[in-house]
Ligand binder design. Structure first.
Ligand SMILES: [Zn+2]
Length: 217
């Protein structure tokens, strides 16, 4: 029988980028991305603290292939902060594609964190932009609220979930990825790379059915 993971008030659920553009028919669709929505809705009921992240780019963002003449989506280019995969235009601020999936229903989420808002730098991670140095402020928010463990779910496993998990470990949080509540894109071996990174960092990968509410008091 699988181990269960009891949730307490020092745990937070981080729901990564469950937006229309990352779901089927979206501009940057993650295969079967919409399948995580009911799972995440149910998971959230176990957590007092829930953070929703939202990819939120200005038009002409430098992570868009269309901003680089002669380049195609999924090319990788060198940016001042390191290699950057180029994407189709997606999650443009205020566009329908940037909205959360219509079935995502977590009314008690305490924070919606928008990322990727700087024209010149991408932000896969919920904690740091892609230079891995510019903080979003999320680590401080969580720490001030007494959170020590992050459970992460959402899209895409091999980019925004992976980078968020890595940065959370670096910030001293315990990190758990809820694997069946994530879906990946898999560009050039990125899924295998994510799994290898989780193993190396001892990020626990669990299934949503093992998460249960802690009985307290
Ligand atoms: Zn983006």
């Amino acid at each position: 029988m699988a181990a269960t993971h009891a949730i307490s008030d020092s745990d937070a659920l981080i729901v990564v980028d469950i937006q229309n553009d990352f779901c089927p028919d979206g501009a940057l669709a993650v295969p079967r991305g919409d399948e995580v929505v009911p799972l995440v809705n149910r998971l959230a009921e176990h957590f007092r603290s829930v953070v929703l992240t939202q990819d939120w780019h200005p038009p002409g963002h430098l992570s868009f292939a269309s901003s680089h003449p002669g380049r195609s989506p999924y090319d990788t280019i060198a940016m001042p902060y390191g290699p950057q995969v180029l994407w189709p235009d997606h999650c443009v601020q205020g566009s329908p594609g940037a909205a959360f999936h219509k079935s995502l229903h977590i009314p008690h989420a305490g924070l919606v964190l928008r990322k990727g808002t700087d024209l010149t730098i991408d932000s896969y991670s919920a904690l740091y932009e892609n230079d891995r140095r510019t903080p979003t402020g999320l680590a401080g928010y969580l720490r001030e609220r007494g959170i020590t463990t992050l459970f992460i779910a959402g899209l895409a496993l091999d980019f925004c979930v992976r980078y968020s998990a890595e940065d959370a470990v670096a910030e001293g949080f315990s990190v758990v990825v809820i694997e069946d509540a994530c879906r990946g894109i898999d560009v050039a071996g990125s899924m295998a790379a994510a799994q290898a990174s989780f193993a190396a960092l001892r990020v626990a990968c669990i299934s949503s059915e093992t998460v249960c509410r802690a009985v307290s008091g």
